[in-house]
Design a protein around this ligand. Structure first.
Ligand code: 26M
Length: 817
């Protein structure tokens, strides 16, 4: 069959306007005169995607004609952010689209503002997945992203009397113009039941799974456009439906209500994103989600994407699945099951190829964040997979015993099955046993992963461990978020840096160029002005015009130490109100927080309440309002990040050393010309190395010092007793001054700091305060600060996710040797 000649609509203002009216009139069935803003937004979105369609079909066809090894990115989360701006950028249709809307009397920016971002992720890990698929498309790497189409993404955060209240994120409620449902390509996924042995046609005894129930996975396709390169890759997200079989059986029994209930039960699987980003709760539905999307994805790849009749013993020549944390690790026994039970392969052959098809990325070091699934649950939900896991473990432990005879303690530590406090499957161990490579997400993290988290595995397989430092996409986080900076860069070094970010180095000489630095300052000020107007409209927050913008945005977690930031704010407030510093010596600051707390994380929610309490008290105290302001806009998300980051002067990256695997916000800030105040943690280490010590405010204990202090025994109260500034700040917080005189409202956070302080905020307090004093001094020197900011931009090109993808390709996916 001949390939149809695929062409998109005409790339002119009239062509665009016509395509838009066609969408509105003939697809939606609405007249322009009668249309709502939502109608217009939907038609605009569909018009833009129409321009990507030809490239999408062409990319898919090109890949089919020339089958090569692909990357399958398996991730339970994709924090995509709004699609419209990115699609306009990819197609370079921004101006045409705007003029076309104007020609029809429509407000382009109002329409763009209608889009609800798909928040199908919690934070760093989900946003990383979105950056990676952007880079893979921009680099024309044959690849496919697989994940879950949650009906409800990360909750919308609101504040009621300063406390976080979660509202469901009904992101699909306006309609979903960016997705392509394919109910015709549904896949069946089985659950539960038992296993048995049977004799096959050749007289061989074989195991077989007799599942108890099943659901369907409906794929929804999303376009992943490369940056102005004619490439459009696919993100395939799965949505759960009841199977007809399941429905009919119950329906025929005459119980209509039960049939409907069963349907609801099945559809629950992809209903909602779990909003925890560090403490897995071991919930059955969460395991169902994980197996659901992984089973759909492997089946999709083998049955639909791979060439027909491809020899599965050579599967590794066609695919490498990258496991985004342990969430998709159940793919490993699933692959074994598919190869053996559905494709007749023997164990040894199946293991031989399976152990070449997966690689594992770890995103944490916190022990409580490592996923384990109770054997009881696993056996009940996935009995065949449990058998396979046991066998993988048996053979693995034989290898360990061979390499380390008589070392049964080591065997227990390395086992895929943990015995205490309950029998459970250690997903990180399983991933490490089966993976071709195991990587951490920043140099320091990869080192600690190898030497502290998985040292026994490193002793057995030193070459399995590698590092790939995270990165972020410069398309969304510079070009889209910071148009003015982008124009200045292009005017200075010419085009092309968006896909070759090391070229930002060419800006270095301009750090001392008066005209350039003046423009650079103007860009920063314009971004601040825009942010002030957005926060005013969005949250009713009024910010002062001229002040250093000091920003801490990230999930709320104790290890990230939002409380340390709060202690600095309280200390500054106390210095001013007590007259300890002269007003004219104060550098005015606006502090901005953005953070969601996991709904069940008590301490995180108390910290949010306390930040809001301090913000309110400061706003109402005329002694300080000209010198400090604290803003905590609710519902920090990708859309707000794009407005906030370009406006920032100071980036707060203050986790306890050794706890933040990488951070990616830190990279976005540096690339947008904010200076970092940070600990020697995660990718901060590499940022500092690259931008230079003079352009980075380092503070706090180093990781080995943290470990040594923990070994000696850490007593936070001794820091409180011996440091007057710290004592004053804590006493003032505890006094009820910020909580309407009610001491009990501050007590949960204050008492934890004084008596536990698991992440040693008090130990780093003085060092943090000293660093903040250096920040003030540096900020007073306007030229010096601008110079540092320019050098941060010029020297951060390494943090493009294109470079991360190159590293994955070279070290993991397509190594030369
Ligand atoms: C697990 C089980 C049940 C429910 C939720 C989870 C879960 C979801 C997300 C656990 C962890 C999740 O994300 C962890 C995360 O975002 N880690 C961050 O990854 C970034 C990208 O590599 C790093 O930059 C951050 O340092 C790291 O904290």
């Amino acid at each position: 069959r001949a390939t149809e000649p695929v062409v998109g609509p005409e790339r002119t203002v009239d062509g665009f306007a016509k395509a838009f009216l066609d969408e509105l009139n003939f697809e939606a069935g609405v007249a322009l005169k009668r249309s709502t803003t939502t109608d217009q937004y939907l038609a605009l979105a569909r018009t833009i995607r129409g321009y990507l369609m030809a490239d999408w079909l062409r990319t898919a066809e090109r890949r089919r004609q020339n089958p090569t090894k692909m990357v399958g990115y398996l991730s339970a989360e994709y924090l995509l952010g709004r699609q419209m701006g990115n699609s306009l950028l990819a197609t370079d249709l921004g101006d045409i689209a705007e003029q076309a809307m104007t020609s029809l009397g429509l407000d382009f920016n109002l329409l763009r503002a209608q889009e609800i971002e798909p928040g199908l992720g919690n934070g760093g890990l989900g946003r990383l997945a979105a950056c990676f698929i952007d880079s893979l498309a921009s680099m024309d790497v044959p690849s496919i992203g697989y994940g879950i189409r949650y009906e409800y993404g990360i909750f919308r955060q609101t504040f009621e009397e300063g406390r976080q209240v979660e509202v469901p994120d009904a992101w699909l409620s306006l309609g979903a113009p960016w997705e392509f449902p394919h109910p015709d390509r549904a896949v069946q996924v089985n659950f539960g039941g038992t296993t048995e042995q049977y004799i096959d046609g050749d007289g061989r005894t074989r195991p077989r799974w007799l599942p108890a129930w099943n659901v369907q996975g409906i794929p929804y396709h999303y376009m992943v456009p490369g940056y102005q390169n004619g490439v459009v890759n696919t993100l395939r997200l799965w949505s759960a439906r009841a199977t007809q079989e399941f429905d009919l059986e119950i329906f025929n029994s005459g119980d209509y209500a039960e049939a409907v209930r069963a349907q609801t039960f099945a559809e629950n699987i992809s209903k909602v994103l779990y909003p925890e980003d560090s403490t897995p709760q071991g919930r059955e539905l969460r395991l169902q989600q994980q197996y659901f999307f992984v089973a759909c994805s492997l089946k999709d790849f083998i049955d639909r994407t791979l060439e027909e009749d491809f020899d599965l013993t050579r599967l590794d020549e066609r695919i490498i699945f990258q496991l985004n944390d342990t969430h998709p690790v159940i793919a490993i026994p699933e692959m074994m099951r598919l190869l053996m039970d559905e494709h007749d392969m023997e164990w040894a052959a199946a293991w031989e190829v399976t152990s070449k098809c997966f690689a594992y990325t770890c995103h944490t070091l916190l022990p409580e964040a490592l996923e384990v699934w109770p054997v009881e649950l696993m056996t009940r939900l996935l009995p065949r997979h449990m058998e396979i896991i046991y066998r993988i473990n048996e053979e693995f432990l034989d290898t360990v015993r061979e390499a380390f005879p008589g070392d049964e303690l080591r065997v227990r530590r390395m086992s895929v099955i943990q015995e205490h406090p309950e029998r459970a499957v250690r997903m990180a161990n399983l991933a490490t046993v089966a993976g071709v490579k195991v990587n951490g997400v920043a140099a320091l993290h990869s080192e600690l992963l190898r030497d502290k988290l998985l040292p026994d595995f490193a002793a057995l397989w030193p070459n399995k461990f590698t590092n790939v430092t995270n990165g972020v996409t410069p398309r969304r986080f510079i070009r889209l978020a910071n148009q003015q900076l982008s124009t200045l860069i292009t005017d200075t070094i010419g085009p092309g840096w968006e896909t070759d970010l090391e070229r930002l180095r060419e800006l270095e000489p301009y750090a001392d160029d008066a005209a350039f630095t003046e423009s650079f300052r103007q860009v920063k000020q314009a971004n601040k002005d825009r942010l002030r107007s957005i926060l005013s409209q969005r949250d009713g927050i009024e910010l002062p015009e001229h002040a250093m913008l000091d920003v801490m945005v990230k999930r709320l977690h104790e290890y990230k130490r939002q409380t340390l930031k709060l202690l600095h704010i309280v200390s500054m407030y106390d210095d001013i109100t007590s007259g300890r510093v002269r007003r004219e010596d104060v550098v005015p600051r606006t502090f901005v927080f953005g953070a969601k707390a996991a709904p069940g994380y008590f301490m995180a929610k108390e910290i949010i309440f306390l930040i809001n309490s301090v913000a309110k008290t400061i706003a109402q105290d005329p002694r300080v309002t000209d010198l400090m302001a604290v803003a905590f806009p609710a519902n920090y998300n990708v859309t707000l990040a794009n407005k906030l980051i370009p406006a920032a002067d100071l980036s707060e990256q203050i986790s306890l050393a050794g706890k933040e695997a990488s951070g990616t916000g830190n990279m976005k800030f540096a690339l947008n010309g904010a200076l970092t105040i940070g600990t020697d943690d995660g990718a901060n280490v590499e940022i500092r190395e690259l931008v230079g010590d003079e352009n980075f405010f380092l503070f706090g204990m180093l990781e080995p010092e943290v470990a040594a202090l923990a070994d000696r025994g850490y007593t936070p109260s001794s820091f409180y007793e011996s440091n007057p500034a710290l004592k004053r700040a804590i006493d003032l917080l505890a006094s009820g001054h910020f909580t309407g005189g009610d001491r009990s409202l501050a007590a949960p956070v204050v008492d934890d700091l004084l008596y536990k302080d698991r992440f040693m905020a008090l130990a780093d307090f003085q060092s943090y305060l000293d660093a903040q004093a250096r920040v003030d001094a540096a900020y007073r020197d306007v030229d010096g600060w601008t110079r540092s900011a320019v050098l941060n931009v010029a020297r951060s090109g390494f943090f493009s996710s294109d470079r991360s993808m190159r590293d994955y390709l070279d070290r993991i996916w397509m190594p030369k040797s």
